[in-house]
Write a protein that binds this ligand. Structure first.
Ligand code: SF4
Ligand code: SF4
Length: 468
């Protein structure tokens, strides 16, 4: 005969699953504390960083600003251009390899502690619990027929969800349109079509993903959960139930001879945000959040048993707790570490060698050459000066490569911070019987603010044969 407590637990678990919505029981403990620490950390950074200001050439500007309209990314004092795409590639490789490394080390740690889906689901379920009550109250409310109280609670919850989703969308778009300009524009209903689209899309996305879809995203939509297994090795730590110690289960607190430590209370399942039973073994739905560890450790403490019936343990340990070998015996870890170091070093090298400005030289196609008032032959060019820096820059242009070649007229130009300025340049050389045709020349472009960073561009000087 099944004890009454066992029947009640089974009823609750069945109820949880058949209703299709998981109302996880709240639990405290070290993993829950770490998860909330990550929520605070990530959200303070996300909601706060777009408000940071940085002194620019024309006054303070947003420190983190993806200025898509002008194809620039302001990263504090650094201005990145499309030419810096290689840096983005290295950053992506670094981020992806870092994720692979953490996964090889400790399974889906990212999913349980840092994934935006997890973070926002935690925030939304926290709001739900404040409005509707604990997991039992929420399950009861959901099973009740519609009425004024239920309607009022649901309205308040959804209004709060909508407010968080809206502010999240505003913050997200605020990294593309400076948030100090975006807020007044929203207030005046004067946002552009793209801003309006992304505000609505991202707000709806957050609301649906974190409020309605929740764990279904981790279970059915997230591709990462399907291929994460290829990053595991036998020593990857995952949340695991110590079956050797826990089985056979002993329902209630009775101590039968030969019974395991698991009292089959089901609390580890009730606290699970994805609604799985970790005692069934490693499952792709498990996000390694560790909440079942928190729950079980408390149960073990109450029953006078040592903690750790559920814990982070590698599969290869056989029984949890075996010592993992060093990195040398784990080639996968070594490979990920090497990739991390290489991508980091390449990014630093690319950044260090990044020129402070760029130059593009074009010969004027209208006239090949002309005779100047002093009898010399002149060619006209357009020099595009790209100031990659965050301050105004002064340039000086010289020419070499042919005897007597010189710049006629203006050779000094200023370019505003983070701007492109095409300038007209005239070169002249004497027609004194030397070689004619398309003669190779060099243009030397120096910045007064970075004299060592001279750029040399090659071009052609057209000297017609008839002139010599
Ligand atoms: S919380 Fe621990 S004791 Fe309770 S059912 Fe889960 S594994 Fe068994
Ligand atoms: S089984 Fe445990 S670690 Fe895995 S998702 Fe559920 S509560 Fe989190």
């Amino acid at each position: 005969m099944q004890p009454a407590a066992g029947k009640l637990r089974e009823h609750r678990l069945t109820f949880q699953k058949t209703k299709g919505k998981i109302h996880a029981r709240a639990v405290s403990g070290r993993f829950n504390t770490w998860r909330w620490a990550m929520v605070w950390l990530t959200q303070i950074v996300f909601y706060g960083a777009c408000w940071l200001q940085w002194p620019g050439a024309d006054g303070p500007r947003q420190a983190l600003w993806l200025d898509i309209a002008h194809e620039k990314f302001h990263l504090f004092g650094l201005v990145l251009w499309p030419q810096d795409a290689l840096l983005a590639v290295f950053a992506l490789v670094f981020a992806a390899t870092g994720l692979f490394y953490v996964t090889a080390l400790s399974g889906r740690l990212f999913c349980g502690f840092a994934c935006p889906q997890t973070i926002y689901t935690m925030i939304f379920t926290w709001i739900e619990a404040r409005v509707e009550g604990d997991h039992l109250a929420r399950m009861k409310l959901d099973s009740q027929p519609a009425g004024p109280r239920k309607l009022a609670l649901k309205l308040v919850k959804h209004a709060l969800w909508a407010a968080v989703a809206a502010w999240t969308a505003i913050t997200f778009v605020g990294y593309f349109t400076p948030i100090r300009e975006l807020l007044p524009a929203i207030g005046a209903f004067a946002t552009g079509p793209w801003e309006s689209f992304w505000l609505l899309f991202y707000a709806l996305f957050t609301y649906v993903q974190a409020g309605l879809a929740r764990e279904a995203v981790c279970q059915h939509m997230c591709p990462y959960s399907r291929f994460q297994g290829v990053m595991f090795d036998p020593w990857t730590k995952n949340v695991a139930y110590d079956a050797a110690r826990g089985e056979p289960r002993r329902p209630g607190r009775s101590r039968e001879a030969g019974a395991g430590d698991c009292i089959d209370c089901g609390i580890c399942v009730q606290v699970c945000p994805t609604g799985i039973d970790i005692r069934d073994g490693l499952q792709y739905q498990c996000i390694n959040c560790g909440l079942c560890i928190d729950a079980c450790d408390q149960v073990m403490a109450r029953t006078g048993m040592p903690a750790g019936l559920i814990r982070f343990a590698p599969e290869a340990a056989g029984t949890p707790g075996g010592a993992a070998p060093g990195p040398a015996a784990r080639p996968r870890l070594l490979l990920y570490l090497a990739l991390l170091v290489v991508s980091c070093a390449l990014a630093a090298w690319t950044l260090a060698r990044r020129p402070p400005f760029l130059v593009d030289v074009l010969r004027d196609r209208g006239a090949l050459s002309r005779e100047g008032s002093d009898g010399r032959i002149e060619n006209a060019y357009t020099v595009k000066l790209v100031n990659l820096g965050d301050a105004r820059r002064d340039f000086v242009i010289d020419a070499s490569g042919q005897p007597g070649l010189d710049v006629v007229g203006e050779r000094r130009f200023s370019v505003d911070a983070g701007s492109i300025r095409p300038v007209a340049l005239t070169l002249a050389m004497p027609a004194d019987g030397g070689p004619t045709g398309a003669l190779p020349i060099r243009l030397h472009i120096r910045s007064r603010q970075a004299p060592a960073g001279e750029i040399v561009e090659t071009s052609r000087f057209i000297l017609p044969a008839a002139t010599r």
